[in-house]
Ligand binder design. Sequence first.
Ligand SMILES: [Zn+2]
Length: 382
Amino acid sequence: MRLRTVCLVLLLTMASATASSEEISETETIDCALVEQLSFNGTNANESVSHQVSLGPRVPGSAASSALRQSIKENLSGWAISESIHHMDGITLTNLFATWNPGAGNTVYLAAHYDTRPVAERDSNESMRDQPIPGANDGASGVAVLLDLARLIPSMELDHEITLFFTDAEDFGESASLLGARAWAENLSDEEADAIDSFILIDMIGDAFLNLAPSYPGNETLWLRMSEINDALGYSSSNSCTGTQGVGIFSTNTSYGVWDDHVWPISKGIPSIDIIDIAYGENASNWKGHWHTHQDTPDKVSAESLEMVGRMVELGLRSGSFLDVRVSPSVDNEIPIPEENEDTEVISDNNEIAIGVIIMACLLLIWTIIAWVYLADRSGEG
Ligand SMILES: [Zn+2]
């Protein structure tokens, strides 16, 4: 009897383990009716990229930088606008913020850097490496997406606060210095940081040959929701809301490490991700192609790519995917996060092996009990 009790306990444990693993893998799906409502316009965004590049390189402190801020502010009528000026590493930088529904709570930050790199250290022409890049993709593309979202957000009837954060001096200095985002985070109180539900950074997403994957560090819950959004839109390789197979520009089979403006909100415990394509150009390898060269021009950027990323963020807002992300702060703030998805698969494989071993052990015990009862009967011990 005791053996059978042990078996029963083991079987119940197995059942509850299976149930809890189903709870973990079960995901919310996107309401396909929301996809019908999307109205992000990639042509508008593409025109913004050309306009920004026509101003000249938007190096921190330059006239072009100031002209771009002025143009952004003129585009954002009805939004609460503010600027913050910081002196860091020998330069003066200006962060620009635009807020919709100020004071409504559950703030979602949508961020992009508006500055462009003052040097082109990866250009094939050595004599041009000390000249600033045009920054069509690395700078203008993210701003262009935020500006078309700014056109749509007032009509979305969202009941929470949304702040567009145009960061300065992301691309200043030898390596990614992220000065504007750093200055903002350093001046943020814990209370202010806790009031931010999520921080969605978009950077280098205009490449005509768009390829996206989760980047890390990044919040796992936000990446899971982005994956569902991409499934619904037909951008992953799953079946989309229309029932057709997706085009596969978003893949969760790979991931990469990226040090970008989002590391500063992460340091403040804010759930954050960076939507970024690190392979710029046709067949480009990671961190190669037109990145940080004078070839970063509007002809390498497409309205279609800008529209796909704009629709991802628009659907994220309409579906509430960027809200209530802080399920478990201790897990969300964990850095570094595993770089490879294989880690998760290995864990589930181990679970399956463990369950298999328990089933075999139980069967063996049951057979032993039957044999023991049978033999006991025959020998008159029952
Ligand atoms: Zn850059």
